[in-house]
Ligand binder design. Structure first.
Ligand code: BTN
Length: 228
């Protein structure tokens, strides 16, 4: 069961850092760290993750024997919790109305059999109050702070359901919310048109000169959002 034991803190540097320490100290599968505020929230590829205190869900859960498709599993669960109109921008940004409302950071040591799944959701964030560089792309679910806790419960349930899916059903659930499908994208190594994901969760890209390549989430920074 995900969510127990649970450590909730008013303020912490990063819930994922604390969860990692707990994982290394032997915390069981499902142990959860949440915080009202993070002073040093971390995003993917070394980015900073910012939200107003008390306005976002900031959670990290310890997983034992994490499955290989963990980032996709998490994206499907978060998108489902965010609503019918939530889509996934590969690999696992969750967008509503073209704006990012949730981010997912899966870290760990697979060879040691553990991972920490960190999830930040702008449940009640006031986008106008975010730093200027985030305002253009960030979004919010527009709910109230009182709705963060019920959102967490529903997300934990969605995660458990997503973990239980077979690979095909999971990939299909992910593909049904693919925000990039058919869009022109750019990355550090080139440009092309997104053509969905393969069985390992890599992004399939059709290249301008013909032919295809696949992009690996850990190595690529996408430069453009799709037209919405
Ligand atoms: C991203 O989109 O770059 C991933 C953002 C992940 C943010 C969450 S908030 C809870 C957890 N603690 C962190 O420091 N990061 C993750």
């Amino acid at each position: 069961m995900l969510g127990a034991p649970r450590l909730h803190l008013r303020e912490i540097d990063s819930t994922s850092d604390r969860a990692r320490d707990l994982a290394l100290a032997g915390a069981p599968h499902g142990a959860l760290v949440t915080a009202t505020a993070q002073s040093a929230g971390r995003g993917r590829q070394g980015r900073v993750w910012t939200a107003q205190p008390g306005a976002a869900l900031s959670m990290s859960v310890v997983l034992r024997d994490p499955p290989p498709l963990l980032p996709l599993i998490a994206a499907v669960a978060v998108a489902e919790s965010c609503g019918e109109d939530a889509v996934i921008k590969w690999p696992n940004d969750v967008l509503v109305g073209g704006r990012k409302v949730a981010g997912i950071l899966a870290e760990g040591r697979p060879h040691e059999g553990w991972a920490v799944l960190g999830i930040g959701v702008n449940v009640a964030v006031d986008v106008d109050g975010l730093p200027e560089e985030l305002r253009e792309k960030a979004g919010s679910l527009g709910r109230t702070p009182a709705e963060i806790e019920p959102f967490l419960s529903s997300l934990l349930g969605a995660l458990e359901r997503a973990f239980a899916l077979g690979a095909d059903d999971l990939l299909n659930a992910w593909r049904a919310r693919d925000a990039l499908l058919g869009s022109e994208i750019s990355w550090t190594g080139g440009t092309g048109v997104a053509r969905g994901i393969d069985g390992e969760g890599r992004l399939i890209v059709e290249l301008p000169g013909g032919g295809r390549t696949t992009l690996n989430a850990g190595e690529v920074h996408l430069g453009r959002l799709p037209a919405t």
